[in-house]
Design a protein around this ligand. Structure first.
Ligand SMILES: CC(C)(COP(=O)(O)OP(=O)(O)OC[C@H]1O[C@@H](n2cnc3c(N)ncnc32)[C@H](O)[C@@H]1OP(=O)(O)O)[C@@H](O)C(=O)NCCC(=O)NCCS
Ligand SMILES: CC(=O)OC[C@H](N)C(=O)O
Length: 220
């Protein structure tokens, strides 16, 4: 439980340019306090002290604004920045070097039983306000954008944004047909272009008909 102490603090320095001293980090980072409380609660949970574990978890939530169910499994060097509003469900499994910002929910859809919360790979970043809902996996080195709502498996090395979440980058390359909002198609202009073409066609037809024919002039 305590072997993680130094690496937990180092994870703050690696991920937060605002961190100044170890003293400040130990005493003011609620993400760290929640993780330390979780380690105690999780060990009690594993020994079937469910209610005591839950009381510790709820006390930690009261103090930090971060709710981690005692059953959740977290890896090494998890960093929860700011933290307020973070909820991590009972059957969540988090890999190593995960970064989570405020307002993130790692939850269930309400439709599954048993394993119902996500499994998060190593080195995943989950942006503020994102919701990852269901018992699928978010692959290693993936990024979940702020406010994304992710309802499906995410492959390794992917970036998912939006609601519903869609993959916009994989292995460093952009993917998908995303609209360029500076060059949106304009259906009205397209319609006028088509009409202009028709008018030009009709004009030339008319010109042909007006051309003098042998034995007479149609214009008369
Ligand atoms: C997703 C994120 C991690 C960046 O990942 P990335 O793999 O480096 O992705 P990129 O920055 O290359 O962005 C890829 C595309 O997604 C778009 N995008 C990025 N984040 C987005 C978001 N949250 N919502 C919608 N679109 C987003 C980008 O505009 C870009 O679109 P484009 O290809 O049309 O230009 C980052 O944008 C993010 O949301 N970080 C969370 C940080 C946070 O919560 N901060 C709070 C601090 S208090
Ligand atoms: C508010 C915010 O962007 O937080 C992210 C990080 N703590 C930083 O200061 O950059």
């Amino acid at each position: 439980m305590f072997r993680h102490f130094h690496s937990d603090i180092n994870a703050v320095f690696e991920n937060d340019p605002a961190a100044r001293s170890r003293f400040e980090v130990v005493f003011t980072y609620s993400g760290l306090h929640a993780i330390w409380a979780h380690r105690i609660a999780h060990s009690l949970y594993r020994n079937k002290w469910y209610t005591v574990a839950r009381i510790i978890s709820q006390f930690s939530r009261f103090m930090t604004g971060i709710e981690i169910h005692p059953g959740a499994t977290i890896g090494s060097r998890l960093f929860i920045d700011h933290g307020m509003g973070v909820v991590i469900g009972e059957t969540c499994e988090l890999g190593d070097d995960v970064v989570i910002y405020q307002g993130v929910t790692l939850g269930g859809t309400g439709k599954e039983k048993g394993k119902r919360h996500p499994t998060i790979g190593n080195s995943v970043v989950i942006g503020s306000g994102a919701k990852v809902l269901g018992s699928f996996k978010v692959g290693d080195n993936s990024n979940i954008g702020s406010n994304a709502v992710v309802l499906r498996e995410v492959p390794d090395n992917s970036t998912v944004v939006g609601n519903p979440g869609r993959i916009v980058k994989r292995n460093g390359e952009r993917v998908g047909d995303r609209l360029d909002h500076k060059q949106l198609p304009d259906p009205v202009i397209e319609m006028f272009r088509e009409m202009q073409k028709e008018i030009d066609g009709l004009k030339s037809e008319l010109e042909k008909l007006r051309e003098p024919v042998a034995g007479g002039d149609l214009r008369k």
